[in-house]
Ligand binder design. Structure first.
Ligand SMILES: Cc1cc2nc3c(=O)[nH]c(=O)nc-3n(C[C@H](O)[C@H](O)[C@H](O)COP(=O)(O)OP(=O)(O)OC[C@H]3O[C@@H](n4cnc5c(N)ncnc54)[C@H](O)[C@@H]3O)c2cc1C
Length: 428
């Protein structure tokens, strides 16, 4: 290790020792029956608990940032530290030894997807104003992409933005907007040229979520929580310097976000859900239910473990590319596909082993607690691009199979809508 990296490690260790508590059970080990057994993915906390967790995430991000660990690889002119990506990996590994607040409300969408998009396509005022504030935990960002009639076929979106001098006026409805109720800004895709083909008439904007005309309404999901929302935009005014990329060039901007989204979701290797479906934890489940000798169950667990290891290597490759400044490629879509499948298989495996103990909360450790994750797994197949769309990307971009027939790459969007077409193709 170089002297510079030695100094970085010592500095990070000093910061963590002074600001966090070291875990008594390392994150990679399992002690069955000890500690909280809740396995959350989306969470179903009451609003006051949710608010406390968001405040803790912000406070931890602020401390990290002020100490120089909040945006380790970011450009110094926007508040980053400008270190190579290896420093980021080293810091993550060190931090995993400590109990620190979960910062996914900031990192998954804002810092994982919108931050890199602003950096790549934003105008200077937006970069100056939002990047340091986002990485310091002050500004949470949400993704205003999906609409009632535009999900997989995102380019069919209908929210409009009409120019009015130095401003744009945005009107429409977004849906499934995760964490919009916590967000200060949103990245919105809007139709700016209905007379152009659907991918060529979209523009991207950063919207102030407290602006007049923005109405956020929560949606409750079956796992119990209400972490996503409908967002209504009624003549919301956005300055032109909040536009990302060129006018009508929003599809390119969206692709930056979507590729980072897949990398962000697929690379989500930590947290209670990932730990719960890890081979040591699932082995502990087998042991606790007297099934260690069950050859069929052991074989399934071994197959899952092999797929998890393969996904981990794929992620590492994707993270290295990302942190070296490259755009994520189709491997990020494969990671996302695999991550969702592994988590789903792990949750179903545990549910099968726990059997009827899963049904009622008898207080028995590690049984009823699987429900929250189980009920979240269908959403994992959908968010960040559905399983079918990820398979299409894998087929076309990795395996080189023929593309799906595209019916609408040249027809003006307005005509597509009139003829009721435009629902083919799929994200990316
Ligand atoms: C938990 C969660 C959080 C989310 N958060 C956000 C967010 O923060 N911001 C945001 O903008 N969106 C968000 N979404 C929305 C998500 O991106 C969309 O739900 C997703 O892209 C699918 O779109 P859709 O729901 O309209 O389904 P549709 O696109 O209507 O798909 C319906 C079904 O048809 C299949 N299908 C569609 N097209 C094809 C095709 N070409 N080939 C094969 N099969 C196809 C799909 O796979 C799916 O099974 C979230 C969704 C979930 C579940």
């Amino acid at each position: 290790m170089s002297d510079e990296m030695d100094a970085f490690v010592a500095e990070a260790r000093e910061f963590l020792e002074a600001n966090a508590t070291r875990r008594d059970v390392p994150s990679t080990e399992v002690e069955w029956g000890r500690g909280e057994d809740r396995i959350t993915y989306f969470g179903d906390d009451p609003p006051e608990v949710d608010a406390r967790k968001v405040a803790a995430a912000r406070e931890w991000q602020r401390r990290r940032y002020d100490a120089g660990f909040g945006w380790i690889t970011g450009p110094p002119q926007y508040g980053g530290r400008g270190l190579p990506n290896v420093a980021d990996l080293v810091y993550d590994a060190l931090e995993a030894e400590y109990d620190v607040p979960d910062t996914s409300v900031l990192s998954l969408i804002g810092l994982g997807m919108i931050g890199p998009t602003i950096l790549a396509h934003g105008q200077e005022p937006v970069k100056d104003r939002y990047l340091p504030a986002m990485y310091r935990g002050e500004v949470i960002a949400c993704q205003l992409f999906s609409e009632p009639a535009a999900g997989s076929d995102l380019a069919s979106l209908e929210t409009t933005a009409v120019r009015d001098g130095d401003e744009w006026v945005i009107t429409g409805q977004k849906v499934w907007t995760s964490i919009a109720h916590h967000a200060q800004i949103g990245m919105a895709l809007c139709r700016t040229a209905p007379d152009k083909p659907k991918h060529k008439g979209i523009t991207a904007f950063i919207v102030d979520m407290s602006a007049p005309g923005v109405d956020v309404r929560p949606l409750r999901q079956m796992s119990g929580g209400a972490e996503f929302n409908e967002v209504f935009l009624d003549e919301v005014r956005v300055p032109d310097d909040h536009r990302l990329g060129e006018v009508d060039g929003g599809w390119r901007v969206a692709l930056t976000t979507l590729m980072n989204e897949r990398a962000s979701v697929g690379g989500e290797g930590a947290g209670p859900a990932a730990r719960a479906v890890s081979p040591p934890f699932l082995t502990a489940v087998l042991k606790a239910h007297g099934r260690l000798g069950d050859a069929a169950a052991r074989r399934r667990l071994a197959e899952l473990a092999a797929d998890q290891i393969a996904t981990e290597y794929l992620n590492l490759q994707a993270v290295r590319r990302l942190r070296a400044g490259a755009q994520p490629g189709p491997e990020a879509s494969v990671s996302k596909l695999m991550y969702a499948q592994n988590l789903t298989r792990g949750a179903h495996f545990a549910a099968e082993i726990a059997g009827p103990r899963l049904i009622a909360d008898t207080g028995e450790w590690g049984t009823f607690s699987w429900n929250e994750l189980l009920l979240s797994t269908p959403a994992l197949r959908i968010l960040g691009g559905t399983e079918e769309i990820m398979k299409n990307i894998l087929a076309e971009r990795v395996l080189g199979l023929p593309k799906e027939p595209g019916i609408d790459s040249t027809t003006p969007f307005r005509e597509l809508r009139r003829s009721g077409q435009g629902r083919a193709g799929g994200k990316a």
